[in-house]
Design a protein around this ligand. Structure first.
Ligand SMILES: Nc1nc2c(ncn2[C@@H]2O[C@H](COP(=O)(O)OP(=O)(O)OP(=O)(O)O)[C@@H](O)[C@H]2O)c(=O)[nH]1
Length: 407
């Protein structure tokens, strides 16, 4: 039964070339990585600001139609609502710094406001328009206003939202749209009401599909642009951006960011003796082993050819010996001749005096890595300058006590 179910799923998913995990990522944002959230937040925010800017200009301009078509009393009431809406759109479009800690929540809140303003405008003006529309021209304009919530639902399609997010954003818009139809003096017939609801649901379906495909496309591009294709680690460029952010976040919250700078030992001899393919395999092994020992919040950056940086947010330096012990016990990989892969490691922490900036931390970790090379390789140099040869696992834990007092 289970294998039949798997076969059915595989056949359904095969033509789309999407894995089950990728489908789940398009349905709900729960599994999104921090980097993807940050990217999605900047795309959503940029689009919210662009549309809000356009609406801040167009909404008051449409007052001309109100003045031409409706009586002055109705027109002025509509213009009042227009000016209020335009002020909110202008505030949304105003350039602002992205939140450091919650950029995604900030972007979603802005999007919600962008969607609610036209829907509320429709709710507040529906009865006024229904009562003031006696001529054909007035009825036509009132009819166009009535499409506003449906247009808003269609507008959701330009945002990279998962299916669940699109649905949650659509519910208040649909609620306000249907609610305003109930408020007017001559309520819609059941057929009109059903037709409006059907149209809205169709729009929501289109918006959901478009949002999901944008999510997938964005995730593919972000992963490709940010990660080194050979090892899957962050590239130097995306790693620098991540370090900048992690340093600021840890500084703001009074936590320590610790860096471990790895450089593979005698790597050139692997290339020279066994070829670049063998060298590449060793690089992949090292990246996989280090990543397997890290937490979800840690990141691994390929800094240069055979140099990697593990960035460990919210990690006091005294916790690092245990991590390195775990890594060492698991092994960093194997050289083509069967010998263990080893690395020289420099450790630096933002809790050190005058740590200053992330660039400073990298420089210190790099210098310590060179010091570890000079001390014979397969070793770690700590912030207090002490050097630990990694080979016997027991030594790592004994140094933990020393470093915790000196860091
Ligand atoms: N296979 C492979 N080799 C690479 C890659 N990037 C850099 N390298 C090689 O990495 C080697 C680095 O050599 P060195 O800097 O001399 O260092 P080493 O031999 O590891 O010696 P020590 O660092 O002193 O222990 C060079 O031969 C580079 O060509 C890569 O992506 N794949």
């Amino acid at each position: 039964m289970h294998s039949l179910w798997r076969k059915i799923c595989d056949n359904i998913l095969a033509p789309s070339q999407l894995s089950g995990g990728q489908i789940v990522d398009m349905l709900t944002p729960a599994g999104r990585s921090a980097e993807l959230r940050r990217h999605a937040a900047s795309v959503i925010m940029a689009r919210v600001q662009l549309i809000a800017g356009l609406f801040a200009i167009l909404v008051p301009l449409c007052a001309i139609v109100d003045l031409i078509v409706f009586d002055l009393d109705t027109a002025f009431q509509l213009i009042g609502l227009r000016l209020l809406s335009a002020a909110i759109f202008a505030a949304l479009a105003w350039p602002r710094e992205a939140s450091l800690t919650r950029p995604y929540t900030q972007a979603l809140a802005a999007l919600l406001l962008l969607l609610l303003v036209p829907s509320l405008f429709h709710l507040l003006s529906a009865d006024l328009l229904a009562r003031a529309s006696t001529t054909h021209a007035q009825q036509l304009v009132a009819q166009l206003y009535a499409y506003l919530p449906t247009v808003v639902l269609g507008g959701l399609a330009i945002f990279p939202l998962t299916a669940l997010e699109a649905l949650l954003f659509a519910l208040p818009v649909i609620g306000l749209g249907l609610g305003s139809a109930l408020l007017i003096e001559q309520p819609l017939t059941l057929a009109q009401y059903g037709g409006t609801l059907w149209f809205m649901v169709m729009m929501l379906g289109v918006a959901m599909f478009s949002g999901m495909s944008q999510c997938h496309y964005m995730a593919t591009l972000v992963v490709r642009a940010m990660h080194d294709p050979l090892t899957g680690a962050y590239t130097r460029q995306s790693g620098e951006e991540a370090l900048k952010l992690l340093f600021r976040l840890n500084h703001m919250s009074g936590k320590s960011l610790t860096l471990a700078f790895f450089d593979l030992d005698r790597f050139k001899s692997i290339n020279d003796r066994y070829g670049h393919e063998a060298g590449d395999r060793c690089l992949r092994q090292l990246a996989d082993s280090v990543r397997a020992g890290l937490r979800r919040s840690d990141i691994l950056i390929r800094w240069g050819g055979e140099e990697f940086v593990a960035a460990l947010p919210d990690t006091p330096v005294e916790k690092v010996p245990a991590l390195l012990q775990r890594l060492r016990q698991g092994g960093l990989g194997e050289r083509p001749d069967g010998q263990p892969l080893t690395a020289s490691i420099g450790v630096a922490s933002s809790a050190e005096p005058a740590a200053g900036s992330w660039e400073n931390l990298i420089q210190r970790a790099d210098l310590r890595m060179y010091a570890a090379k000079q001390q014979g390789r397969d070793a770690v140099v700590w912030p207090d300058g002490s050097c630990l040869t990694l080979t016997p696992a027991a030594e790592i834990s004994s140094t933990a006590a020393t470093t915790s007092t000196t860091a």
